[in-house]
Design a protein around this ligand. Structure first.
Ligand SMILES: C[S@@+](CC[C@H](N)C(=O)[O-])C[C@H]1O[C@@H](n2cnc3c(N)ncnc32)[C@H](O)[C@@H]1O
Ligand SMILES: [Zn+2]
Length: 389
């Protein structure tokens, strides 16, 4: 379990190391969530409003230069807030694609606010041919809308490659709930369907999930911690059983009160959870104990992991980095664009370290002395805006 921004943490994880990613990110709902005072989750809060200041110019640059299809779909969004949100999500989803094994799957949990845009982003990143399902998770609960139908479903976008793991037998459920005896025109009973043709262990649920144990908040109210946007454990169990191998690794990079981690533990999978709110790490300890009567003393980290599947990083201002960047930038400063001799350029972080920027070469650039002092330890967007002014 990690506490921190998931972007630098994922950047430090090895490629092709994860079997299943479930993410339930903020939805761009224009709301700021907070748990009720007095609930187990009190003190947990997260932001769900977006502006361009949440987006580092380097992310935009990465997308514009290396992912043109993704860039086009992001610019299909109609306003700055939506665009900022999609950029924020896209840079993280790019990392998730790198982390997934060939046999892996990803489930993005979202709601109708942004699901139409997120599906385009997922198509661009994971490939349209790897789209598996758009699952509709229905739920019940009070509503006081007067001008439209109560909004009572979320959407799960499920993508996986041609060889992705899928275990339909692990999630079969009885036919009974769906079956009502057929009646003829005058209400008379007609021939019963032949059960011999039906699978003995039940049916695989379709892509809309309205099972009472999943939809009805009161069915899982004993699980409630008060964490805003908590999901039922049973929902996560179905996803984990269907889409991960028995000894697989599950990652939830926006894990909240760790529902996916608890479900993974119950299904004997290995797991890793990341959340920016320190409350999440506290809640998982409490929940494993309560839901599973287990003593849990899992590892809690706040550091940025270091990839072991690539050569160890050089110190960022190492002469070799400088030489490589000098060639890449043709000897020009990445701020003002003027040409300089190597000794007049310095290695700088594109996304400042204080904003989660890493020492990887992809986050380094050369700046002249003047541009470097204007930028300070702020982001590249600040420097470019200052120079443009
Ligand atoms: C919708 S909630 C997840 C709820 C979770 N599925 C559950 O059942 O409790 C989204 C979570 O994302 C976290 N979050 C937002 N931005 C983040 C980031 N950049 N890195 C890690 N976590 C983040 C928030 O703190 C919040 O807990
Ligand atoms: Zn310069």
């Amino acid at each position: 379990m990690w506490t921190g921004d998931n972007l630098p943490i994922m950047r430090g994880m090895n490629s092709a190391s994860i079997d299943l990613i479930y993410l339930d990110p903020p939805f761009n709902s224009k709301a700021n969530y907070a748990a009720p005072i007095g609930s187990e989750a009190a003190g947990a809060e997260f932001k769900d409003t977006w502006t361009l200041s949440d987006v580092d110019a380097a992310w935009l640059d990465l997308i514009e230069t290396k992912h043109p299809a993704l860039n086009r779909v992001i610019h299909a969004a109609l306003n700055t807030s939506d665009k900022s949100y999609l950029i924020y999500m896209a840079v993280r989803l790019l990392e998730m694609r790198r982390l997934l094994k060939d046999t892996g799957s990803i489930y993005l949990h979202c709601d109708p606010t942004m699901s139409h845009y997120l599906k385009l982003v997922m198509d661009a990143i994971f490939g349209r041919k790897n789209f598996r399902n758009e699952i509709v998770w229905c739920y019940t609960g009070p509503s006081n809308t007067k001008r439209y139908f109560p909004r009572k479903h979320d959407t799960l976008l499920f993508f996986g490659g041609a060889s992705c793991v899928f275990n339909p037998d692990a999630v079969r459920r009885p036919y009974v709930a769906e079956y009502t005896p057929a009646r003829g025109l005058y209400g008379q009973a007609v021939a019963e369907p032949s059960y011999k043709t039906l699978h003995q262990r039940g049916t695989v649920p379709p892509d809309w999930w309205a099972d009472p144990f999943l939809t009805n908040i009161s069915a899982w109210k004993n699980e409630r911690t008060g964490y805003p946007t908590q999901k039922p454990i049973a929902l996560l169990q179905r996803i984990i059983k269907a889409s991960s191998p028995p000894d697989g690794v599950v990652l939830d990079p926006f894990c909240g009160c760790a529902t996916a981690c608890i479900a993974a533990e119950m299904e004997h999978r290995q797991w890793a959870g990341i959340d920016i709110s320190p409350k999440a790490a506290e809640l998982i300890k409490m929940r494993v104990k309560r839901e599973m009567s287990l003593f849990y003393d899992g590892i809690h980290r706040t550091d940025i992991p270091e990839r072991t599947d690539i050569e160890p990083l050089r110190k960022y201002n190492h002469a070799d980095n400088k030489k490589l960047l000098y060639g890449e930038q043709s000897g020009n400063c990445n701020g003002c664009g003027d040409h300089f001799l190597p000794q007049h350029l310095t290695v700088d972080h594109i996304i400042a370290r204080s904003m989660g920027g890493t020492d990887h070469l992809s986050n380094l650039q050369l700046l002249c002395g003047h541009c470097n002092s204007v930028k300070g330890d702020r982001g590249q967007d600040y420097l470019l805006a200052k120079l443009a002014a």
